[in-house]
Design a protein around this ligand. Structure first.
Ligand code: MG
Length: 338
């Protein structure tokens, strides 16, 4: 599109397309015209009907654009909404010359320099360096509960069978000798390769935090049961978000983050327990808020207990296999006073 000065040779303020019979366009709006925006509106505006030469309004704000500015300079009540305008200086010429872009460039260049870094002011201690384990292995700061050799870290550990680096459930459940509150827990387990039983009777065990809060272990590969009782369920409270079970006999893993409930001095619940869990690397519980202890024969409920308790592995009559069990106590970083 070619624009010509209007009136020819004289005015400084208006332009129109070559050969056009449409009213001329004020110079302020040429930039908009070139962008193709509001072309129709702009053509409604004729400086011929203006009582005074239009003045530019709202030069660039720091953000460069002012939306919604409106004006009426036609003298005939024709309002033009302008979202972008340029300062009117007689020497200004067409559209987006480099000089016109200069203010924008200056603003953009200036922006990073004007932002200031936020600092919390909290005096955090340096997080300790922890060497992660090899895939599935215990990190350097974990308490190893079973490394394939023996179950000496467990009460009743001698009732289970340990062979070839694997512990197989038998006779009774086992409990850690040590007590834990908030913790990260890793365990690998496999249901019997030879499928026997169905529903809750097939490959059943469970991880009980504080001896009370069970994340279900079950063979849930093509083995229907009630959803809040399948593998990865917080028993009778929440089904797993998805069923990430492997086939019977294959090794599977749980990585669980357990937050212990808190009770006040009167034994009243101050904050509930939470569980986040991954099954074979897949999120199955996302900070689920427990309604209390997990029971078979009654609704969940809380009863005050010490801040730490043992982790139990359930024996439910199935020869479940376990390996590579470790736990990390969660110790929050405590800022120091300045
Ligand atoms: Mg169970």
């Amino acid at each position: 599109m070619e624009l010509e000065r209007y009136p020819k040779g004289g005015g400084r303020f208006a332009f129109r397309e070559s050969g056009s019979t449409l009213p001329p366009i004020h110079r302020d709006e040429v930039g908009l015209q070139k962008t193709g925006e509001r072309r129709r509106q702009l053509r409604l505006v004729s400086p011929e009907r203006s009582e005074e030469p239009p003045r530019a309004i709202n030069p660039f704000t720091p953000l460069g654009i002012r939306a919604g500015a409106a004006r009426d300079w036609s003298g005939a009540g024709v309002a033009v909404e302008s979202s972008l305008s340029f300062p009117a200086t007689p020497r200004n010429d067409l559209a987006m010359t480099p000089l016109r872009l200069l203010p924008i460039a200056l603003v953009l260049v200036a922006l990073p320099a004007r932002s200031q870094e936020y600092k919390s002011g909290i005096n955090w201690p340096e997080p300790k360096v922890v060497t992660p384990g090899t895939l599935g292995g215990a990190p350097s700061d974990a308490i190893v509960l079973f490394d394939g050799k023996d179950l000496s870290a467990w009460k009743n550990g001698d009732k289970w069978i340990v062979a070839d680096g694997v512990a197989t459930a038998a006779k009774t459940g086992i409990s850690t000798k040590e007590s834990f509150g908030d913790c990260q827990f890793h365990i690998e387990w496999a249901t019997p390769e030879k499928v026997e039983g169905k529903g809750q009777g097939r490959g059943n065990s469970g991880v009980y935090f504080m001896g009370r809060y069970e994340l279900q272990v079950l063979d849930s590969f093509e083995n229907p049961t009630y959803f809040d009782g399948q593998a990865g369920a917080i028993y009778k409270q929440f089904p797993p978000l998805v069923n990430a079970s492997r086939k019977p006999g294959e090794w599977q893993a749980y990585d669980i983050i357990f937050t212990a409930p808190r009770f006040d001095s009167a034994g009243k619940l101050a904050s509930p327990a939470h569980i986040t869990a991954l099954h074979n690397g897949v999120l199955i519980q996302n900070h689920a808020e427990l309604k209390g202890g997990t029971f078979f024969d009654k609704p969940p409920s809380y009863a005050a207990h010490p801040p730490k308790g043992p982790i139990d592995l359930q024996y439910h009559g199935n020869p479940m296999r376990f390996r590579n069990i470790w736990v990390r106590e969660i110790k929050p970083l405590v800022p120091s006073a300045k």
